[in-house]
Write a protein that binds this ligand. Structure first.
Ligand code: DAH
Length: 333
């Protein structure tokens, strides 16, 4: 059998080289290198050989085994890389694929559409757009707006505080009204601005509430501004935005940052009323907090939600639809 080693090795090496899969190779490895393999069985004959020949024969058997092992290893490497390549190929995603012909085109979200239309209407009336941060100080959001610590109006705003600075000093703005303060501190009157933006309250999401929503604020500071200017501005806005069949009214209300304060409603052509927002003559405390002298200047302000307008305009009945970003919903508008 020892004389047969070169032939055994040659047969094993050529069998191994043609193994088509790693499974097949494993079987061949068992046949040619396992306990029952001819090459290893040859060891058993060593004892029958004359002593002086045993060493050479032993070495020949080891070499034969090593040659077969090397062939198996080489084939295993080849198969592993080709099997991996086949797997990559089958799992491949063609990211270079291009849509030919008509390409789907996106559009602005319906809240953005309402927001931009509101901006257009107010810009047409002579307003400029002002901005403020969404992460706001407690002072800008409350104190400066005549809502000191402990004021019951604070309870009305389910405030989300931010863990930054002194406890309770930083929050997500609960309304766009702090932009009034920031604008007064940054610009000299006369001021005619609107401030659309995102606001936050600790609300559970349902059809009419979301913890994140949008408001638009208005602020006019000039000499001899009266409640009549406020009412006229609201009325002009109503017909410009909703159409000529719509009108507005003010109803007495209370806000800490305005005195007097009112709620304003819009009347639809069918006679029904829609409650839109709050407004009033800016409280002297608020003007002073913004560095504006209430003896010299007077001001009015208003604020209302944008999302409800978008819902109404597009005939949507659940506020949550605006935030799910479901393309099947959004692509309808
Ligand atoms: N900031 C008020 C809110 O979020 C809305 C509001 C009321 C804004 C009266 C005003 C205003 O500017 O004058 O509920």
């Amino acid at each position: 059998m020892i004389e047969d080693l070169p032939a055994l090795v040659a047969a094993a090496v050529s069998a191994v080289a043609t193994a088509a899969t790693t499974d097949e190779l494993r079987t061949l490895e068992q046949t040619h290198l396992g306990k029952e393999a001819a090459v290893l069985q040859a060891r058993k004959q060593l004892g029958d050989l004359p002593k002086e020949d045993r060493k050479d024969a032993g070495r020949a058997i080891n070499e034969a085994r090593e040659q077969i092992e090397a062939a198996v290893e080489q084939r295993r490497t080849e198969l592993a890389s080709s099997e991996r390549a086949a797997q990559f190929d089958s799992e491949r995603l063609d990211l270079s694929e291009v849509v030919v012909g008509e390409r789907p085109v996106g559009h602005r979200h319906i809240v953005t559409q309402a927001w931009e239309e509101l901006e257009d209407v107010f810009i047409g009336m002579g307003f400029r757009v002002a901005e403020g941060p969404q992460v706001e100080t407690d002072w800008h959001n409350f104190d400066a707006l005549n809502i000191p610590p402990g004021h019951p109006a604070r309870d009305g705003f389910d405030t989300i505080y931010v863990d930054h600075g002194e406890s309770g000093s930083t929050l997500l703005r609960t309304h766009t009204s702090p932009v009034q303060i920031r604008t007064m501190l940054a610009q000299e009157p006369p001021i005619h601005v609107i401030a659309p933006g995102r606001v936050f309250r600790r609300d559970t999401a349902d059809a009419t509430h979301m913890p994140v929503f949008h408001q638009i604020e208005g602020l006019v500071i000039d000499r001899n501004i009266s409640l009549a200017d406020l009412a006229g501005t609201i009325e002009a806005f109503t017909t410009a935005y909703f159409g000529s069949g719509f009108s507005s009214r003010l109803r007495p209300n209370h806000f800490p940052f305005t005195e007097p304060s009112a709620e304003f409603d819009i009347q639809r052509p069918d006679g029904s009323w829609l409650e839109l927002g709050g407004c009033g003559m800016v409280h002297p405390h608020v003007l002073r907090a913004g560095g504006v002298d209430p003896e010299e200047w007077s001001a009015f302000a208003f604020g209302f939600g944008i999302d409800r307008l978008a819902l109404m305009k597009f005939g949507v009945d659940d506020l949550r639809e605006l935030f799910t970003n479901d393309i099947r919903f959004l692509s309808q508008f």
